[in-house]
Design a protein around this ligand. Structure first.
Ligand SMILES: NC(=O)c1ccc[n+]([C@@H]2O[C@H](COP(=O)([O-])OP(=O)(O)OC[C@H]3O[C@@H](n4cnc5c(N)ncnc54)[C@H](OP(=O)(O)O)[C@@H]3O)[C@@H](O)[C@H]2O)c1
Length: 161
């Protein structure tokens, strides 16, 4: 199984505000869909809540400490290890957040799909434990702002150096 993190960050490594994304960047949502469709997603319960539902055409696994949590459209597990053991036969698995789950997963993944947004947003949730100097950039696509996407941003893929 290939295990990757996919995340969008601002210039200060911010990822969230009030359990939502701090920005609206539709091209990044399309990119996320393109990269993850057909694959397995692992997420924290707060990220699931922020989306309000499982993402279609993907296997959705939600991590929670609540022993009685049941979700009608996602599998619930109680640790990252349990999530990973469930998808050991899946070809591609993406850790999709949020900060608490990224922090536990960073030492386990081989690739990072990072959208870097060239702006600073008001935020309350930040990536922790990521040192990008330990990673090698293997792909980059720089994008300019347009009518619908109001910031410049880059789609970057890193692999373990
Ligand atoms: N920019 C991005 O790409 C991106 C991506 C995803 C999310 N986000 C943002 O990030 C924020 C949410 O992140 P967050 O760090 O607050 O929450 P989170 O990581 O999504 O979820 C945290 C919850 O996951 C469960 N959990 C985490 N580790 C666990 C473990 N080892 N064992 C069992 N359960 C575990 C717990 O659920 P219970 O409380 O149910 O026990 C915990 O409260 C939101 O603002 C969201 O919009 C941004």
């Amino acid at each position: 199984m290939n295990l990757s993190i996919i995340v969008a960050i601002d210039q200060n490594f911010a990822i969230g505000k009030d359990n939502q994304l701090p920005w609206y960047l539709p091209e990044d949502l399309k990119y996320f869909k393109r990269v993850t469709t057909g694959h397995t997603l692992i997420m924290g319960r707060k990220t699931y809540d922020s989306m309000g539902k499982a993402l279609p055409n993907r296997r959705n696994i939600v991590i929670s400490r609540q022993k009685n949590l049941l979700l009608k459209d996602a599998e619930v597990v109680h640790s990252l290890d349990e999530a990973l053991s469930l998808c050991s036969d899946d070809k591609e698995t993406f850790i999709i957040g949020g900060a608490e789950v990224f922090k536990q997963a960073i030492l386990l993944v081989k690739s990072l799909y990072i959208t870097k947004i060239d702006h600073t947003f008001e935020a309350d949730t930040y990536l922790q434990g990521f040192n990008l100097k330990e990673w090698k950039e293997v792909y980059r696509e720089d994008k300019k702002p347009d009518e619908k996407n109001h910031f410049s941003y880059s789609f970057i893929r890193y692999e373990k150096a």
